[in-house]
Design a protein around this ligand. Structure first.
Ligand SMILES: [Zn+2]
Length: 51
């Protein structure tokens, strides 16, 4: 599963599959609710590997 980075707080998280399916998305962004700050925002897709 892909990792996304919150545009508001900068935390990274992996969305649930359901959330992943429901979220609107663009090329490298997806509208998801961040579990850290609780806000719905455009989250940038993070390429694996790093952490
Ligand atoms: Zn956040």
């Amino acid at each position: 599963m892909n990792t996304y980075q919150c545009a508001r707080c900068g935390e990274k998280f992996v969305p649930s599959f359901r959330q992943y399916l429901w979220g609107e998305h663009l090329w490298t962004k997806r509208c998801l609710r961040c579990p850290h700050c609780g806000q719905r925002c455009w989250c940038r897709k993070v390429m694996g590997r790093e952490d």
